[in-house]
Write a protein that binds this ligand. Structure first.
Ligand code: CTP
Ligand code: CA
Length: 226
């Protein structure tokens, strides 16, 4: 799409954002997925576009309109999401907000499973590629700033800090999904975790968190003078 917002601190920059769940088929009519409304990721994509970035949003199945000025690529599976992200490179910043299914069914059934055929099916799973870790380790094609998300239910900071190290990303935005109103809701209470510090952001609307994060991204990309 043509650039809608001209100028701004992110003019000339390309931002890659993943959002929503992935959907991993079991048979032609069934599958497994993760809980994700896509709201936080869509808000971030929109906020980055407003600051002048060219934004590629790689989205799992969600019921949301495409933010103004954003190029959206729809995918279903984790493997398709990874391929779409790799095809979108190079990017100055990658923001990996998607709730990617950690596992997929190893052999998808070509025809609908029937419940009268010998009881419930025994499904076997294989691990999906890690999109964030793969792009963090993509050498010269690595976005300058790589940001992961972590939805945790306990020991939020410790789990998120471990994730930062494991994934090789620059920042982790962590949230406690047991907080009422966060999962599927309009608000988020996040921690921004980088190698040398932890910031605790006050609880705010997802749009407001997105605007603040976009500003921080702009500061970081323009400070590094590259
Ligand atoms: N992520 C990804 N690809 C995957 C799994 C996760 O890109 N296959 C990204 C998410 O988009 C998020 C970050 O990695 O930015 C953390 O996801 P999370 O599910 O919290 O991490 P996991 O390593 O899958 O650990 P867990 O066992 O807690 O699910
Ligand atoms: Ca996971």
């Amino acid at each position: 799409a043509a650039q809608f917002f001209k100028g701004g601190p992110l003019a000339g920059k390309h931002a890659l954002v993943t959002a929503g769940p992935t959907f991993e088929p079991i048979d032609p009519v069934r599958g497994i997925t993760n809980r994700s409304s896509g709201r936080q990721g869509y808000a971030i994509a929109g906020a980055l576009a407003k600051l002048g970035a060219r934004v590629t949003l790689v989205s799992g199945p969600v019921a949301l309109p495409t933010p103004i000025g954003v190029d959206r690529i729809d995918v279903e599976t984790a493997r398709d999401m990874l391929a779409a992200c790799q095809a979108a490179l190079p990017a100055d910043v990658g923001v990996f907000v998607a709730a990617v299914a950690d596992w997929r069914i190893d052999e998808v059934f070509g025809t609908k499973l029937k419940k009268d055929k010998g009881g419930p099916p025994a499904l076997t799973f294989v691990e999906n590629p890690d999109i964030l870790a793969t792009l963090s380790a993509s050498g010269p094609r690595r976005p300058k700033l790589v940001i992961g998300f972590a939805a945790e239910t306990n020991d939020v900071e410790a789990h998120a800090r471990a994730k930062l190290a494991r994934k090789g990303c620059d920042w982790i935005i962590a949230n406690d999904v047991t907080e009422p109103g966060v999962m599927g809701g309009d608000e988020n209470a996040v921690l921004l975790i980088s190698k040398d510090r932890t910031e605790r952001w006050t609880r705010a609307a997802k749009d407001s968190v997105a605007r603040d994060l976009a500003q921080r991204i702009a500061q970081d990309l323009t400070a590094s003078l590259s």
